[in-house]
Design a protein around this ligand. Structure first.
Ligand code: 5GP
Ligand code: ZN
Length: 114
């Protein structure tokens, strides 16, 4: 999508600190990290958010979770633990309308999910 921030990042039109890339998935450091490790993992194909996951496009979601598990090990947060979050829509506080999963770790996260 031409006016989508994360599509532009994936295309290299906007710089990012890449941590992983393959045919389906792109992962990069969040510009405003909320934890020592804060990586965004996104599908290369534009999906606007978690409410738009269907049987036709959901294969990339398993690729994203495989990537998250591998990156957690590589980034040294697998043993102590981490969190994977996706925000959707207004109540979910989604600010970028391209499906993305936050991988957060490297400190004790709070239990508050509200
Ligand atoms: P959301 O609030 O939609 O769940 O998450 C969007 C995330 O994208 C935020 O954590 C925000 O810091 C991050 N973000 C917004 N713009 C940019 C950018 O230009 N580059 C990078 N690396 N992250 C961004
Ligand atoms: Zn997009």
């Amino acid at each position: 999508m031409s006016d989508c921030l994360f599509c532009k990042i994936i295309a290299g039109e906007i710089p990012s600190t890449k941590v992983y890339e393959d045919e389906y998935v792109y992962a990069f450091k969040d510009i405003n990290p909320l934890a020592p490790v804060h990586v965004l993992i996104v599908p290369k194909n534009h999906i606007s958010g978690a409410s738009e996951i269907t049987s036709e496009n959901s294969a990339v979601v398993s690729k994203i979770f495989e990537t998250a598990a591998r990156l957690a090990k590589e980034l040294g947060i697998a043993e102590d633990g981490f969190r994977i979050v996706t925000n959707c829509g207004e109540h979910g506080c989604q600010s970028v309308k391209h499906l993305h999963f936050h991988l957060l770790g490297g400190k004790q996260l709070t239990a508050d999910m509200g």
